[in-house]
Design a protein around this ligand. Sequence first.
Ligand SMILES: [Zn+2]
Ligand SMILES: [Zn+2]
Length: 69
Amino acid sequence: MSLSGLCQICESNEAEHTCAQCGTPVCEKHYQRDESLCTHCIERSGRDDVVNPDPDSGPGVDDDDVHRI
Ligand SMILES: [Zn+2]
Ligand SMILES: [Zn+2]
């Protein structure tokens, strides 16, 4: 048993990997080896088959701006 660190997602399994994007220690269950990312970053970035060419200069479909109509 080791107290070096627990997975920051489930907080129950021992962290065996570190996300390459957010640096969060995660267990193997919440780590995607193909992407080298935790499942949290995978969900935030969306599916890898959906690529945003340029999210900064979009046609104005940002969720932040669609607050008051
Ligand atoms: Zn976990
Ligand atoms: Zn991450």
